[in-house]
Design a protein around this ligand. Sequence first.
Ligand SMILES: [Ca+2]
Length: 188
Amino acid sequence: MRYRTLWVRLVVRVLLMAVPALAGCGAPAAPSVTPTPFEIVSTEEYIWQEGEAFLSQSGSSAADFKVAASNGQCLGMNWGNRRGNFAEYDVELPFALPRAVLYLRYAREGRWPAELDVYASGKLIGASPSMVLKPTGGWGYTASEWKYHKLLLGSMEAGKYRIRFVSLVDFGEVNIDGFFIADESFRP
Ligand SMILES: [Ca+2]
C-alpha cells in the first residue's frame, strides 16, 4: 500500500514537471503585427462625473443619498420638477475622442418621460430635446432602478468642457447619479 502511494506521488510529480515544458514547446511565436495608429481605439478611455458634484444647479432642495448610487449620492430631491431647472458640471477630457458619447446614469419614477436638453460648452447636443428619459421604475433605491441613457456627442478635443443639463418640462424629476464621457465603443 505504501509503495503504491509513493508511485502515485512520483507519477504526479513527473506530470507536473512535464506540463510547463509541454506548454513551452507548443506555444506559437508572438505575433509581430503592428496595428496602424489610427485604428487603435482604447475602450479604457472614459471619464466619470458624479451628478452630485455639480458646479451649480437649480431645483434640488437638498443632498440626496442613495446606497445604490455611485458615491452613495446623486443629484435629486426634486431636481427637474420645474421647466428650466439646470445642472452644470466642469469636466476635463484628458484625451481627444473622435466619436464621443455621454452615458447618463439616472433614475426616475413615474409614468411619462422626462426631457432634457444637454449643452457642451454652450452648444446644444443633438436636436431638442437632447434626451427623452423614460421612467426607470423607481428613484434609484436599488441598482435595477438606475438606467443608462446614451447621447452621441460627436468629435471632442481634449480639454475643459462645461456640461449643462436643462429640464424642458414641469414634473420632469430625474435623479442624476453621474455620467460617463467615452469613446462610442465603451459600455458602462
Ligand atoms: Ca453619484
